[in-house]
Design a binder for this molecule. Structure first.
Ligand code: COA
Length: 192
């Protein structure tokens, strides 16, 4: 369990103790309650129910205050070194207070301790007009994710997907590995 205090810069008491735990079982109904506070992101009923089922199956981490779970993150393992943030959400009333970052950083440490090296996440691409998902992309950028590829049809028509990746701390390639002199680069990689 990881605990810290928050409060500065928001409307909550100066010292609100938050705790992060995970993976934890039997939290899918609390996860559902959080998703239902965020209809601009999670507005498709079948998707909500799938995320709720997934929270019961996948490693799920939570952040809670004294009263309730206020955020969660589910992980999917693709390979031992390559994992995916399957779903992350913070209760609408608690957004923008550092909880998403703290939860994600906890998960990064948990993954790194297990030898994971890269983390991916998929979200709505910028060619979709949603202002809410523009905020989500800002969040991932703040956490150090890099955009990797857009999949126009992965989630269906009119739901273009952006895949982002992050190399986990401790596993960034040593400086110099990609700094080969230009003459050794294949022609298609040389600066034009
Ligand atoms: C995305 C989400 C999990 C982030 O959690 P959060 O607690 O609100 O985010 P934090 O307060 O921890 O912010 C972390 C960083 O992201 C940035 N960020 C967060 N929300 C942002 C926004 N709306 N606009 C710009 N930047 C934002 C912050 O500037 C912050 O950067 P800093 O730590 O360097 O100051 C949460 O807002 C949420 O549940 N959003 C709706 C659901 C969603 O988008 N889920 C992901 C679907 S793919």
């Amino acid at each position: 369990m990881h605990a810290w205090s928050t409060g500065a810069g928001n409307c909550r008491p100066a010292e609100v103790r938050m705790e992060i735990e995970g993976p934890v079982p039997n939290v899918s109904s609390q996860c559902e309650a959080i998703l239902r506070t965020l209809p601009a992101w999670f507005g498709i009923e079948s998707s909500i129910l799938q995320y709720v089922r997934d929270a019961a199956e996948l490693p799920t981490f939570v952040v809670r205050d004294a009263a309730q779970i206020v955020g969660f993150l589910t992980l999917r393992e693709h390979f031992p070194a390559a994992w995916e943030v399957h779903c992350i959400a913070v209760r609408a009333s608690h957004r923008g207070q550092g909880l998403g970052r703290a939860l994600h950083e906890h998960v990064e440490r948990w993954l790194a301790a297990r030898g994971a090296r890269v983390l991916q996440v998929k979200t709505m691409a910028a060619i979709h007009p949603s202002p809410e998902y523009a905020e989500t992309r800002e969040f991932y950028a703040a956490l150090g994710y890099l955009p990797l590829q857009v999949f126009p049809l992965l989630w269906g028509p009119r739901l273009p997907v952006l895949q982002l990746v992050k190399v986990l701390a401790g596993f960034a390639p040593e400086r110099g590995v990609y700094d080969r002199p230009a003459r050794t680069l294949p022609a298609n990689e040389r600066a034009r």
